[in-house]
Design a protein around this ligand. Structure first.
Ligand code: HBI
Ligand code: FE
Length: 289
């Protein structure tokens, strides 16, 4: 397979695409990870799991505990033995970023693509491309949540229509502002505190704190059409986050929505810049976890 071209990355993609199958999958080749890589994983895991306790939603905390992956880079087959009986999802190894249509097809079939390689020592906090720490630590715990499990399959199935209608940007913003950078209100403790569930936040220590604690950033109630119209940041902390009242709200709001007319209405319009507030909108205040 040749490297896919991508709008989200100006530089060359890093993964080894030579030898990947037609669906861009590769074996994990777990034996090839060095002791230094496993040590780096343990450090990343220790740092982020401490933040998870205070900043992540219950579903994430429980999912991460079930995966039991603190001791080194996990094997996809071990995770699959936990995932498949729980929600029917399965991890497949990929060299890195893959073409949109291939990514959607994997999700539509409950296969989650996980990048094989681990970030270098000098990029412990954030990188633009997904690596195994982002993909596994950030995403896989939520694949154990039944709502997110169903939502991701629906997202994969929605991809073909969005591409055919030239509205992929709009659909991709739903993924970005939920699966990658979503916040959710946690009401189980009766306090209604905001918590993180998005993988892009949870795999970054700086953004985990920033998203919940920065007094100036915008936190808006989740509204599907507003989300689809909002631009986003790919190489800096977000200027806007959207907050679900609960994880099931994601499915409830989206199954009832006819995407066709929404795409027709807004796909030609310039996006609302990240960080802009529209008349009548009320952001959530600053909330310490
Ligand atoms: N490939 N490996 C990988 N990970 C992603 O998150 C990803 C991708 N390809 C396309 C893509 N995301 C998005 O552009 C789609 O959600 C639209
Ligand atoms: Fe991701």
């Amino acid at each position: 397979m040749k490297k896919p071209s991508t709008e989200t990355s100006t530089s060359e993609l890093r993964g080894e695409y030579e030898g990947a199958a037609d669906d861009y999958t590769v074996g994990q080749d777990w034996q090839a990870y060095t002791p230094e890589m496993h040590a780096r994983w343990r450090r990343l895991h220790a740092r982020q799991s401490a933040l998870v306790e205070t900043h992540a939603c219950a579903a994430f905390r429980e999912g991460l505990a079930r995966l039991d992956c603190a001791d080194g880079i996990p094997r996809f087959e071990d995770a699959n033995a936990i995932l498949e009986p729980a929600t029917g999802w399965r991890l497949v190894g990929v060299p890195g970023f893959i073409p949109d249509a291939v990514f959607f097809d994997h999700l539509a079939h409950r296969r989650f693509p996980v990048t094989r390689w681990l970030r270098e020592e000098h990029e412990l906090d954030y990188l633009v491309e997904p690596d195994i720490f982002h993909d596994f630590f950030g995403h896989v715990p939520m694949l154990l949540d039944p709502t997110i499990a169903d939502f991701l399959e629906l997202y994969g199935k929605a991809g073909a229509r969005a591409m055919a209608m030239d509205a992929l940007d709009m659909l991709a913003r739903i993924y970005w502002y939920t699966i990658e950078f979503g916040l959710v209100r946690e009401s189980a403790d009766g306090l209604g505190r905001l918590k993180v569930f998005g993988a892009g936040i949870i795999s970054s220590s700086g953004e985990t704190r920033f998203s919940l604690e920065d007094p100036k950033v915008l936190r808006l109630p989740f509204d599907a059409v507003r989300v689809m119209r909002t631009g986003y940041m790919i190489d800096a902390f977000q200027k806007t986050y959207f907050v679900l009242e609960s994880l099931p709200q994601l499915i409830e709001d989206l199954v009832g929505l006819d995407f066709g007319p929404v795409y027709e209405t807004w796909r030609q319009a310039p996006p609302i810049p990240a960080g802009d507030l529209l008349p009548g909108e009320t952001p959530f205040g600053e909330l310490t976890p």
